[in-house]
Design a protein around this ligand. Structure first.
Ligand code: SAM
Ligand code: ZN
Length: 385
């Protein structure tokens, strides 16, 4: 009997039990999710499939054949943790404080014959304060900040964090960013990367309080969410080293140049290109967003598993240079009243001039480079002649 066949007795039985549910397939996993528009109180968002695909690829690359424990701390239907259990392995714990969510995740464990998996009906902060896991995944409504102290306590190997409060992170809701992240993001052309780095900065600072160094190894922003995977080291030397990568981003509204200022106590500075006053964003993370080797391995995992959108995103991440922020070269072309040349030509020209340059996953018209704004403008102008 094919139990996923829509005419099969087991499927009909599920339909009887869960008139408000339907089965979706993500990766190699079948999940009962609430029917759209039904008043079920269990959360499921199909738009987050990419987040879960990337999660599978990154964890498969990070864990290899190792045995591991995984906590899906805010599990809802359980889809994220169950996918890890089905598609990679490990011992999975799913937790949620919503009773209906716990009932549904139990059905989902049965539906996937998952024996190495348990569900816990609890406030995940209490669970994380009591137990240790190799991998902890936080997938909250909005900001993950209320969960970070407990997650920092619980995690041993990798912390994976989603944030959907992109408006505060990117500087659109400034007071909310100040309250939630104790940071001041500026809303400018690279606000998506600013948001990602404000999030990572807050995670790194919070974990440092727990005596752990958090090192981002794959980080991205997509649609309405930001996501980062961080490896954990429990060494004072590593904590001091990651804290040195917290700082500020200086932006010049006069010449559009930007540059990092490391450290939590920046001295007053002017634009290093034109001397005009600068505005600061931060504190935020100024170090690597990705570990290139792991991002390449995760790209290969996504390819092997036919997770095509995840593969494309991870490939872009793997190819990004580490220089913080980017320039929108279409905006530069518009300001100079010229038509924009192909992005590959601009990047090639910068390479020929001896600079590092790459695309960014954050914008199709974004260029990351260690060249200053005027050098990039020259390159764009030369190509338009
Ligand atoms: C955005 S949903 C999780 C989505 C899920 N990971 C997925 O991929 O579909 C957030 C879940 O966290 C649960 N939640 C919120 N605060 C919680 C807490 N303190 N302890 C346990 N669960 C909590 C909510 O009930 C909700 O089911
Ligand atoms: Zn300037």
């Amino acid at each position: 009997m094919d139990r996923y066949n829509k005419r099969s007795p087991l499927y009909l039985c599920y339909r009887m039990l869960h008139r408000s549910c339907r089965i979706v397939i993500e990766g190699e996993t079948r999940i009962l999710v609430p029917v759209k528009g039904h008043s079920s109180q269990v959360f499921y968002n199909p738009m987050m499939a990419l987040n879960r695909d990337v999660n599978v690829a990154v964890l498969a690359a990070f864990l290899g054949d190792k045995d591991f424990t995984y906590l899906d701390a805010l599990a809802a239907t359980g889809i994220k943790g169950i996918r890890v259990g089905v598609e990679i392995g490990g011992f999975i714990t799913l937790s949620d404080w919503n009773r209906r969510a716990v009932e549904l995740m139990r059905e989902n464990m049965r539906l996937n014959d998952l024996s190495n998996c348990r569900s816990v009906h609890a406030d995940s902060r209490v669970l994380m304060d009591a137990e240790r896991f190799d991998v902890v995944d936080l997938d909250p409504f909005g900001t993950p900040m209320p969960f970070l102290a407990s997650a920092g306590n619980s995690v041993k190997g990798m912390l994976a964090v989603t944030a959907t409060d992109t408006a505060p992170l990117c500087g659109a809701h400034l007071n909310s960013a100040i309250r939630t992240y104790a940071a001041h993001p500026q809303k400018n052309e690279y606000h998506r990367e600013t948001g990602l780095r404000v999030l990572i900065g807050a995670i790194v600072r919070s974990l440092a309080v727990q005596g752990k160094a958090a090192i981002p190894v794959v980080s991205y922003a997509h649609r309405h969410f930001a996501r980062t995977h961080l490896t954990i080291e429990k060494k004072v030397k590593s904590i001091d080293s990651v804290m040195k990568k917290i700082g500020y981003m200086a932006h010049c509204n006069n010449c559009n140049n930007h540059h990092p200022i490391p450290g939590l106590a920046p001295t007053l500075q002017k634009c290093i290109a034109c001397g005009a006053p600068i505005t600061l964003s931060g504190p935020l993370w100024l170090g690597q967003l990705h570990d290139r080797k792991l991002a390449c391995e995760a790209t290969a995992e996504a390819e092997r598993r036919d997770l095509n959108d995840a593969r494309k995103l991870l490939k872009l991440c793997a190819e990004e240079i580490t220089t913080p922020m980017y320039h929108d070269y279409h905006k530069i072309s518009k300001r100079m009243k010229i038509s924009a040349p192909p992005i590959t030509d601009v990047i090639k020209t910068l390479h020929e001039k001896g600079y590092c340059a790459s695309r960014t996953h954050l914008s199709g018209t974004g260029i990351k480079t260690d060249a200053d704004a005027s050098t990039l403008e020259e390159a764009v102008l030369d190509l338009s002649r």
